[in-house]
Design a protein around this ligand. Structure first.
Ligand SMILES: [Zn+2]
Length: 342
């Protein structure tokens, strides 16, 4: 092989390497040009046939060509891999400057906030949470609370009965939990708070068939009306502020004797009289009284030894007064415009 042939072999081989567009084509060029049957190996094998004075120079040129081709192949391979990587980076690129999607954050419902505040206020006064079922026996919901079958209060309760389970109702108030707590603790002294859903069949503009009640109960020796009043005062201060005024008015409930309704100074007008307090300066907030001897006996206490007081309120009403909400339906509509304010 003549020197100029080596030179044209070099140009052709390097052109083939440069023309390879992917690694498979490059591998094909490697086999074609540097393989055992390729032109370079063939030329190396043909050195022995060259003129003796040309053999050394020809051998050097061919070896040089083989080295040059190997480095050209390596370079081209690196370039192809680099291109592939760059292409992949381009295709899978993430635009990290794109703003994130904001995630909505939830928060407690005002009714839940009111329940938490009520439990906290009584917790501070030594009352502990007591729980009971929402499906309750008529006995615990009525009879044990001094509301026999012919009692007029029974009609006022507009009860939901449980189909297929005679003698069971959806509890119409949280008071049956008081009986359960007393039976669990008698004759030990007791201070409990109960809170939760209650059910009545009235459903109109101002009533919902499901609403929430809270009650406090204290039983022990020597408990009097003054303990009730002191507890209510501290309780109302915790819920409505340090300056709250309270007022007790005689009333009637089947499960307490004597009974009193509790008003607080109007939180809307500060006592000067407004539409909401109907000009009286006071708003009714709680029912309360000394636990009826019949109820104490039902709970397992001896009324000759033990006395107690109880009080209860609607959680919706307290939430409305505490947060200045003037329509009870707002508490059940789950309108985000209201809920976002809490
Ligand atoms: Zn007022």
């Amino acid at each position: 092989m003549a020197m100029q042939d080596v030179e044209s072999l070099r140009r052709e081989a390097l052109a083939a390497v440069a023309a390879a567009q992917d690694e498979a084509a490059l591998e094909q060029a490697r086999v074609e040009w540097l393989g055992r049957k390729g032109p370079i190996m063939e030329a190396l094998r043909g050195i022995k046939d060259a003129a003796p004075d040309e053999r050394r120079a020809l051998g050097l040129r061919l070896n040089e060509l083989r080295d040059a081709l190997e480095s050209a192949l390596a370079e081209r391979q690196a370039a192809l891999r680099g291109d592939a990587l760059a292409e992949r980076l381009q295709a899978e690129a993430l635009d990290v400057t794109l703003p994130g999607r904001p995630r909505e954050r939830g928060g407690p419902h005002p009714l839940q906030l009111a329940q938490d505040a009520l439990v906290d206020a009584l917790h501070a006064l030594g009352f502990r949470l007591a729980e009971g079922p929402e499906v309750e026996s008529e006995t615990l919901n009525f009879e044990a609370l001094n509301i026999p079958a012919d009692h007029p209060a029974r009609e006022m309760h507009d009860t939901f009965f449980v189909a297929g389970h005679p003698g069971y109702v959806l509890r119409t108030h949280t008071s049956p939990v008081q009986i359960r707590a007393m039976r669990a603790h008698a004759p030990e002294p007791l201070r409990v708070i109960t809170i939760g859903r209650v059910y009545r069949r009235d459903d109109d503009v101002t009533h919902s068939p499901v609403f929430h009640q809270m009650e406090g109960l204290a039983v022990g020796e020597g408990i009097g009306m003054h303990h009730l009043k002191g507890t209510l005062y501290e309780f109302c201060r915790a819920i409505f502020g340090e300056d709250v005024k309270i007022r007790l008015r005689p009333s009637y409930f089947p499960f307490t004797e004597p009974s009193a309704e509790v008003d607080i100074g109007c939180v809307f007008c500060g006592g000067s009289g407004c539409r909401i307090c109907k000009g009286t300066g006071f708003i009714e907030i709680l029912g309360s009284g000394m636990v009826h001897p019949h109820v104490l006996r039902e709970g397992g206490y001896d009324p000759a030894v033990h006395t107690g007081f109880a009080f209860g309120a609607g959680v919706e009403r307290i939430a409305m007064l505490r947060y200045g909400i003037d329509d009870v339906r707002l508490l059940f509509q789950n309108d985000l415009r209201l809920l976002r304010q809490f």
